[in-house]
Design a protein around this ligand. Structure first.
Ligand code: 2HA
Ligand code: ZN
Length: 275
């Protein structure tokens, strides 16, 4: 089957375009990866090249040995993906040691997978295990309101989670496990990848202070929707804080407990503290 005719590739490209139009991907900002299903790999295998060399990932992801991923290219712009997918995205294979990858399709004008490949793959490894293989999408973007909050809120999981939950009733239902926060770190390497994947053991959302957001989900709709929900909530908080420094009223711990009971979600007690 032709690569660009497959549903998962169309969904990947659509997410890139939607993300650009949300203003989350200035220049080459952000990156996206998708852990392909075995049936999807087989459906497009006739398009693969085996002429590319194995390259070091920069970390070890033994739990992803033999897996295939679709990923955006390093230095490539999200706004160009829809115009020329073959030049801006690629499919890679991870080797049996979990330490190397090779490009099997795409990036036809040269290039490498995203500079954040270590973070993407380490997050995939954690999520594949903790979700019993259900999570397949890891998405990194630069949404302005979330980033703005990292300058004014304490960089603590319990503060970000509670503040974002309070800004929209749907939030605790959409991300009931909460939000993790990584303090400022150099992007692109193993260290920030390790810190992020540690948070992904507990959360589907990780904030990178003064940089952006990583989210994980089962499919493209859920993952884009999660990014969208978190950023919308951050936008409301930025508006509220811009009007006045305190809230006259809000959703209380008691309200959250009532919501949890009715919607049958488990909200960790550590986020339901009295203020
Ligand atoms: O430029 O977003 O974190 C891609 C990035 C790096
Ligand atoms: Zn980034």
């Amino acid at each position: 089957m032709k690569i660009l005719d497959t549903e998962f590739v169309k969904s990947f490209i659509r997410l890139c375009d939607d993300g650009f139009h949300q203003n989350w991907h200035e220049r080459n900002g952000g990156n996206l990866s998708y852990r392909m299903k075995q049936s999807e790999v087989e459906s497009v295998r006739e398009n693969f090249t085996d002429g590319n060399p194995w390259q070091p990932i920069g970390t070890r992801v033994k739990g992803l040995a033999g897996e295939y991923f679709m990923v955006t290219g390093s230095g490539k712009y999200f706004r160009n993906v829809i115009l020329d997918p073959e030049a801006n995205i690629c499919m890679i294979e991870v080797d049996e040691s979990g330490e190397n990858y090779r490009i099997r399709w795409g990036l036809v004008n040269g290039g490498r997978p995203t500079s954040e490949l270590p973070s993407h793959l380490m997050n995939h490894e954690v999520k594949k295990e903790s979700s019993n293989g259900k999570h397949r999408v890891i998405y990194h973007a630069h949404p302005a309101n979330v980033i703005a909050l990292t300058f004014v809120l304490p960089l603590e999981d319990k503060v970000f989670t509670r503040e974002l939950w309070e800004m929209a009733t749907e939030c605790p239902v959409v991300f009931p496990d909460g939000v993790g926060v990584v303090g400022w770190m150099v992007p692109g390497g193993r260290e920030i990848a390790a810190a992020t994947s540690e948070l992904m053991k507990n959360y589907d959302v990780a904030v990178w202070a003064h940089h952006g957001l990583f989210v994980s989900g089962e499919d493209f709709d859920l993952t884009f929707g999660l990014m969208h929900t978190v950023e919308k909530s951050a936008e409301i908080l930025v508006k509220v804080l811009s009007i006045r420094p305190d809230k006259l009223q809000t959703i209380s711990s008691r309200n959250f407990r009532d919501l949890a009971a009715d919607f049958q979600v488990n909200l960790p007690e550590e986020f339901l503290y009295e203020k």
